[in-house]
Write a protein that binds this ligand. Sequence first.
Ligand code: AMP
Ligand code: GLY
Length: 427
Amino acid sequence: MAGSGGREHALAWKLSQSRLLSAVGDKLYATPGNPGIAQLAELVSLDLADHAAVAQFCADKRIGLVVIGPEAPLVDGLADSLRAEGIAVFGPSRAAAQLEGSKGYTKDLCERAGIPTAGYVRTASLEEAQAALARFAAPYVLKADGLAAGKGVVIAETLAEAETALVDMFGGKFGEAGAEVVIEEFMEGEEASFFALTDGATIMPFGSAQDHKRVGEGDTGPNTGGMGAYSPAPVLTPLLEGEVLERIIAPTVRTMANEDTPYSGVLYAGLMLTATGPKLIEYNCRFGDPECQVLMMRLESDLGELLLACAENRLASQPQPRFSGDTALTVVMAARGYPDTPEKGGRIDGLDTAEAAGARVFHAGTALDASGALTVNGGRVLNVTARGKNAAEAQVAAYRAVDAVDFPTGFCRRDIGWREVARERDG
Ligand code: AMP
Ligand code: GLY
């Protein structure tokens, strides 16, 4: 398994329970991993950009399945390089990973396939972009085309703000990712995430979740990678889920297969539930972080079997995945200063106490110091995850565990799940 975040800790946790690892000598390796993953897998240090070295490691260890967690190595073609050596990989090819790697590619695909999404214009220069603004109204949605670690989107309230943002974007604020900018129509509604596994032909719905992208309570302050999540997201009713599958996911998979860029892996659809139905905001070519943590907390099926079936194009022969009917909720504990300048090095204690009541604490940016103490080594540090009969109960359980963690240089939002908890309360 490749990656080092809370998402990968959750994946490693479920993979470590897989029947694929039941024979004597079977083993889970992770690179680079983190101290949480180290309790489940042997950590190895591999340069994911050195595809030949990764392939050599897989051959030496007779690796039966490679699971790639983050988007960067997928967009960089790691899956292609490993498949070329006959290694089974869960994750899309470089061409298919453009679904996340290029906003313009995805918007054009939506247009060809008739997928509901915001109207848009692709622009390749500041002049072109400034001229295109006239075709939109405030608030203006501006997106750097390429990967920008979730920070490439600007929502400008006024024309003047939009113009300044465009100057920054074409001026190199997002590096290569900003060489092209997509301008979009603003969509009104509630956001939800929907996941589906696919091998390029068969589609297997894989659950819903709701993320909390802003750093502050009540969804205020700058965007982050995600401060917490819960699953399922009942706002995505079975009826709406059917619509998402039929009008968004299926045409995507079909069009990509027809165009010789079949998509294999997990499709993560960021959706806006608008007054006129669900619309696609964006696709990601990997599991969400922290959405993955709540999906894994509910998954009862064998994750290894499912991901291997995906990698081997035999998803059609798999039974539908089973998920607990409980709600799972995860609270991200971040380092003070995140997302701008997270303070590293602080000490963390109390994880055993937090887990004693049934919560699971997934590690993200943690490290062990020379004395073996757990310390802060990143912006998002821990994902404290719990289950309950509904969102309110899961929220209580998760915060009880959060309060048992001793992390003086950390902070978290205290309102994860608030939309759903309010809906439950107000009936
Ligand atoms: P993205 O990276 O494309 O998911 O965008 C980041 C966030 O910006 C989304 O989660 C939305 O909250 C917001 N956003 C992106 N596109 C739109 C849009 N067309 N209309 C309204 N909000 C948007
Ligand atoms: N939590 C948002 C993401 O993984 O992109």
